[in-house]
Design a binder for this molecule. Sequence first.
Ligand SMILES: Nc1ncnc2c1ncn2[C@@H]1O[C@H](COP(=O)(O)OP(=O)(O)O)[C@@H](O)[C@H]1O
Ligand SMILES: [Mg+2]
Length: 303
Amino acid sequence: MTTDTTIKDDAPGSAAPGETVLDARGVTMRFGGLTAVRNVNLTVNSGEIVGLIGPNGAGKTTFFNCLTGLYIPTEGEVRYKGNVLPPKSFKVTAAGIARTFQNIRLFANMTVLENVLVGRHTRTKEGLWSALLRGPGFHKAEAASRERAMELLEFVGLASKAEHLARNLPYGEQRKLEIARALASEPGLLLLDEPTAGMNPQETRATEELVFAIRDKGIAVLVIEHDMRFIFNLCDRVAVLVQGEKLVEGDSATVQGDERVIAAYLGEPFEDSPGDEEIAEVEAAEAKADTTTDAAPGKENDR
Ligand SMILES: Nc1ncnc2c1ncn2[C@@H]1O[C@H](COP(=O)(O)OP(=O)(O)O)[C@@H](O)[C@H]1O
Ligand SMILES: [Mg+2]
């Protein structure tokens, strides 16, 4: 059992700069007649934050499930640091990929600290028998685990609530706790499925800072989110899934300017989270409408 309190350079997690951490090739997932994910290639390199966006039902969560051993892809291959992933979620976690869920999955009646301790079990050598017999090895390992768990709670800003029941946390803090629990497995790649869903703008900003801090610890991040401002602020690269296929991939500017992406999103989440440019456009149109007696140009922009 290690007693280190920082994420070590030789932890299963960390990778050399520029190394390909995740390499998904030709991933296809079919459910009966429905192809939810079709021939998707995606890489994430160490030090990167990569975004995955797309309308509802595009296959984003299904793709995550294929990366984490929850689903076995119908076709294709997923490699983590060069090795093909084992088809079991706990083995994938042990290999170094951790995730959070679109629908929060916490142990509601456990404390905040206990939830993080659950996340550590893939990293502790002490097995079931040691835990049951509660020998000296168990107590030592437990003390180290608690220390590490408290450190992670400190990191996400929940240390003062360690003894609260998870179900009593406000929604935004439950999402933070899920992140702390995922980090407890000391991953090299963290997958976040809609981490800011249901958050207010302040909480979303804080989550942005938290994701940057996670990246700065040497953990690569792949994030699904509908909040476009969040995604384009955060990500080095963004991939767009539409109807199971990767439509576009590139840096924020490339993706934001792509006609196909705009078309795929018409009437979709851009409405909830306009980018700076869109806000400026609307304000300009409003200013124009105010200063002119002819209503026509204003109307043009109402559509
Ligand atoms: N376990 C499943 N069985 C059958 N269909 C599924 C299953 N999981 C997802 N789907 C379908 O796959 C498509 C993609 O869903 P999902 O990956 O949840 O999309 P997203 O996360 O992009 O909103 C949807 O049409 C959904 O109904
Ligand atoms: Mg989803």
